[in-house]
Structure formats: structure tokens, C-alpha cells
Write a protein that binds this ligand. Sequence first.
Ligand SMILES: CC(=O)[C@@H](O)[C@H](O)COP(=O)(O)O
Length: 254
Amino acid sequence: MLKIGNHVFKSRLFLGTGKFPDLEVQQQAVEASGTEVLTFAVRRLNLENPDAPNFLERLDLKKFTLLPNTAGAATAEEAVRIARLAKASGLCDMIKVEVIGDSRTLLPDPIETLKATEILVREGFTVLPYTSDDPILARHLQEVGAHAVMPGASPIGSGLGLLNPHYIKFIIEEAKVPVIVDAGVGSPADAAAAMELGADGVLLNTAVAGAKDPVLMAEAMKLAIEAGRKGYLAGRIAKKRYASASSPLEGMVD
Ligand SMILES: CC(=O)[C@@H](O)[C@H](O)COP(=O)(O)O
């Protein structure tokens, strides 16, 4: 079980809801993924009229924990404003802090992310900041009360997979809260690799929504995350430079 703040989840896959070819495919992919947590940009919703047609309308939102995100924010102030709006509309107490510092790479702004996290924790949100793979920043985010840290595998939407598994492992080793690898996952192998490192979960969107068959890919991601988790718990063998026979001959009679 994965525990974040007061929330407990069986599934370790957090799924983004954007970029699907249509709402029917989105609905089927969400189902196939087995996810319990859906994330979406608050800015894409009409909060004054939540019943107006929107990109979540095919989903039975009562079945999921919603993780609205502050996408579109470039400063802590903007992220805090978006989070407050989401809370006031009754969307959820959880918020993914996403403060982008650069429009080409979409990398998070570390200083503004830290500021927003601190303010929102103080205001009683369950805060999951999207961060870089910097272990020191991950430590500071926890010091100000983040309920999970979400280091990027690689730039959002890039599908490049884990660019710096070494640093992500540092974050995991030191973390006192769950580590959810977020963004840049391109294939089930990437998701499994993140879980085998010891991540507590994976948040992804583009790899499923942009796949040739998003529903099949959603299922593949679900299975990869489960396999990666089991592989991590089982404890992999050490890597050796040379062969070691799988059927040792020692002790065998001629
Ligand atoms: C949906 C969402 O929150 C994205 O900002 C997230 O980081 C996913 O990234 P990918 O689309 O690369 O999976």
C-alpha cells in the first residue's frame, strides 16, 4: 500500500488525463491502467461552471482521488493561487505543485517550487511537488513538509526515460516520504526501471495518451509498475563482470 498524507492507494500508477485522442479512449485507458489517482491542470477546468463540458466529463470522478496540478504557474504566487482555487471548488485537498522555470525544457523552478510547497503545506494541503532530480532540493522540500516528492525522470512529454537514475536513487535512499517518479517516462521499461530503483510510484501521461494504442499501453504500464515493484522487493542479483555458471558442477559425481 502507498500512503501519502491521509490517502492510501493500492495502485502505484498516477495517470495524467490530457493529450488523449478522444474522451472515449481516455476513459478506457484510465480503466485499463487501474489507477486510483488522476491528475489534471486546474487551468483547463471552468471552475465557475464545473458542469460545463470538459475533458474529464467521461470519467466517474467519484471513483478516483484527484490530484489537480498547478501547470501554467511560473511563480510560487501563481501556483498558490491556482491551488486555492482548486480547493475552494472542492476538487481535493491534494495538490501537485508544478512551477515551470523554462518554457523550452519545462523544468521546474526549484526556488519557486520550494516556496509554494511551504505555503501550501502551512495552509493544510497535501502537497506533492514536481521537482528536478536534485537530491538536495528533495531534502529541502521534505523539510518544509512535502507529503511526497516527485522528481522528473526527464523533461515532460519527452519520453526519454530515466536520465539520471543515480540521483533518483540518492533521493529514494534518503526520502522520509514517498518518491513518485514523474514525467518523461516513455515506455513500460522506463516505468519498471523507476520502480526497481525503489520509487514508490510513477506519474505519467504522454507515454499512454500518445501511444498507438493508449488502452493497451495503459495496461502495459500498470503491469510494468507492478513488476518493477515486485522486482525491487525481491532484491535483484548483484552485477558481475564475468560469467558464473547457472548449473554449478561442484559436488557432482562423474
Ligand atoms: C500530467 C502531468 O502532470 C504532467 O505534467 C506530468 O509531469 C506527466 O509527464 P509526461 O507526460 O512526460 O508523462
